[in-house]
Design a protein around this ligand. Structure first.
Ligand SMILES: Nc1ncnc2c1ncn2[C@@H]1O[C@H](COP(=O)(O)OP(=O)(O)O)[C@@H](O)[C@H]1O
Ligand SMILES: [Mg+2]
Length: 280
């Protein structure tokens, strides 16, 4: 394959509100290869909408416009839902915050992974079952037999997220979009899950879009970071340079990080300057 995995040029997403269009993403451009890109920005800045536009998962009422929106050279604008569904399952995976809402409560973890595998690969039931065990091992579940037969409510949040990751990896996708994948987990489990995603993405040579409001986490696990504000890209910088970011908004986000030495009572104040936004 040549060329970038994802090419977005001048993406605009609006939602209807009281008879008008309210912008959620305003002229976003981005090119992504088989690399790890972090998307950060405060709540409501358009991170999730950007990921969902790429996966064709926005509600029908949303208006999506772009000069180009491509995945591996394929034009996604106006792609019929049936084709989108195929692409989504086979070549792009989405991991969301809470596996509780993404896993099917009436199927065991193993059945769900086996089904995800069987939908995209051809094979017998026994092969699907073997593939599911192997995937459970790849996501470092120590007791795959027990977890295979467990229902989602019987596993911990971290374990549930591992099961989700196994399901997403079953078709061997090229791109993984992880939208706040660890926000519902304890700090130690967060790190384990991100390390796992990082290892799997690197080993398989996939592209990763890691959406998070946690700047230090993103800078640890990604190659580049895209900073969003009010539906626009403020800056894109190498993850290792994040701590020395120059843009006032990025500096503001960094300054808002809770600091253990300052107690809980100081509310961060983020300065916002209308001059940051490009006219539309
Ligand atoms: N389904 C929806 N209907 C209407 N507005 C939406 C919907 N989803 C997102 N938005 C709006 O789009 C903007 C960006 O949201 P989002 O991408 O979810 O932000 P975040 O950066 O926190 O992920 C917000 O103003 C949000 O209210
Ligand atoms: Mg979001």
């Amino acid at each position: 394959m040549s060329g970038p995995l994802v090419e977005i040029s001048n993406l605009r997403v609006d939602f209807p509100s009281h008879g008008e269009w309210r912008p959620a993403v305003r002229g976003l451009s981005l090119s992504l290869g088989r690399e790890k890109l972090g998307i950060v920005g405060e709540s409501g800045s358009g991170k999730s909408v950007t990921g969902r536009a790429l996966m064709g998962l926005l509600p029908a009422k949303a208006r999506v416009q772009a000069d180009s929106l491509r995945f591996d050279g394929q034009d996604l604008l106006g792609l019929p839902e049936r084709r989108f569904r195929k692409l989504r399952g086979a070549r792009m995976g989405l991991i969301l915050q809470d596996p509780k809402y993404s896993l099917n409560p009436v199927m065991t973890a193993g059945q769900q992974i086996a089904e995800a595998w069987a939908t995209h690969k051809r094979g017998s039931r026994a092969e699907a079952r073997d593939a599911a065990f192997s995937l459970l091992e790849q996501v470092k579940i120590r007791d795959p037999r027990r977890v295979y037969d467990a229902y989602p409510h019987e596993v911990s949040g971290g374990m549930g997220q591992r099961v989700m990751i196994a399901m997403m990896l079953a078709p061997e996708p090229d791109l993984l979009i992880a939208d706040e994948p660890t926000s519902a987990l304890d700090a130690t489990v967060q790190t384990e899950i991100l390390r796992l995603i990082d290892e799997l993405v690197s080993a398989r040579g996939m592209g990763l879009m890691l959406i998070s409001h946690d700047l230090p986490l993103v800078s640890r696990f990604c190659d580049r970071v895209m900073v969003m504000y009010a539906g626009q890209v403020m800056e894109v910088l190498p993850a290792k340079d994040l701590a020395h970011a120059r843009h006032a908004y990025t500096r503001g986000l960094l300054a808002c990080l809770p600091r253990l030495d300052e107690g809980q009572h100081r509310l961060p104040v983020l300065n916002r300057d209308p001059a940051w936004l490009r006219p539309q």
